[in-house]
Ligand binder design. Sequence first.
Ligand SMILES: *Cc1c(COP(=O)(O)O)cnc(C)c1O
Length: 456
Amino acid sequence: MAREFADPRVVADAQRYALEYLAASGERNIFPTPDAIAALDAFDEPLPQGPGDAHEILEQLHRVGGPATVNQIGGRYFGFVNGSVVPVGLAAKQLASVWDQNAATYASSPLCSRLETVVEGWLRELFGMPEGTVAGFVSGSSIATLCGLAAARYRLLARLGWDVNERGLRESPALRIVTGDQAHASVAKAINLLGFGQACVDPVATDDQGRLRLDRLPPLDDRTLLILQAGNVCTGSFDPIAEAVARAREASAWVHVDGAFGLWAAVSPGLASLTRGIEDADSLTADAHKTLNTPYDNGVVLCRDRAALAEAMKFSGSYLPNDTHRNGMAYTPEMSRRSRVVELWATMRYLGRSGMDELVSGLHDRAVQFAEELAAAGFRVLNDVVFNQVLVACEDDEATRATLAAVQASGECWCGGAVWRERAAIRVSVSSWVTSPEDVTRSVAAFEAAREAVAG
Ligand SMILES: *Cc1c(COP(=O)(O)O)cnc(C)c1O
């Protein structure tokens, strides 16, 4: 086998293709064309008998793979809450890819260990969490929520004299989980993975924007895990965090805030009232790959109770380090991990406070513009645009679904669908720093053209 992974020309190939891709991102279709998807058949090859040519492999990836990507780094992708990438984060990721660090421990990467400590401090400061709050750097909010709830499970049971690591859940004191009926699907998944099951969940009714209703919040106690949401995936709305957190603390309940994309409102003075109260929560989750526009995958769990998270993620082994350095794997379910903190550090270091504010408030401004222009064009905007989400519908469900399909096929922009209060809706998630006012206007024109095509 040729030792091509030591061949700098292969890396140069990748660099060249990447630059070509970036240069064309403004005009490429947002969702790949049917032809580009059909061409993926080229990957249906039998497993090769032996080594191939690295240059050819990269060329195939560029030629066949590139055109079949979803163009979400440009300004007109509004699906899910995906976000784009700030260039410095993208470049840092490329550089760090070459380093191929394992962020598990100090021994495997002193660099990652140090950057995790630095970014942990910055995040603590941004979200107003006290000294001693620990951050775990994970793939995304699904895992971050799993971590937060695992820490809660450990601590609530420990206070009741039960070590869940030793004794498990089968005979443990019962815990109760209280959360809005609009909690994200990943919350239910974490609850199931942790062995609670949905039978432990006491769902709280939400209002017309999907916010937990305080007047429906049951009495809380020291066996309760309250899960709040900062940013509903359909409406972008925020639970009344400060009031609910105050009640939880009063009752010695644990409170976790799922702020996958919405927690970043806290970095923007104009939007920070939405997240008021997070500083008093026990654990928080946020996705930098969403609102902060870092590359994938960049989720964070912040936990006020360092020992609870460390106990919940406990590991041991004679070959593992037991030292005073920060070992990132002590706060995450994984051991081996890529060096995602490098691009998070680079993005925060680059943007600074004012850059983060500009990014996040810019998403809000574009969302407001989107809603206004859609409404002016005769679409129905179903939500109050408090953050970056716009929920929109046509005159009836059939027209909404058909219009959405036509928008998705247009190549002009891409949005997802949802059902909101039993009504078909189109979700517009403004999550890319690249999105300009012109991109919004052009996308609204695509909505109008789609609606006309459907009607005609
Ligand atoms: C995206 C999202 C999640 C899941 O995050 P991943 O990073 O995809 O694992 C959880 N909660 C909310 C509100 C989200 O928007």
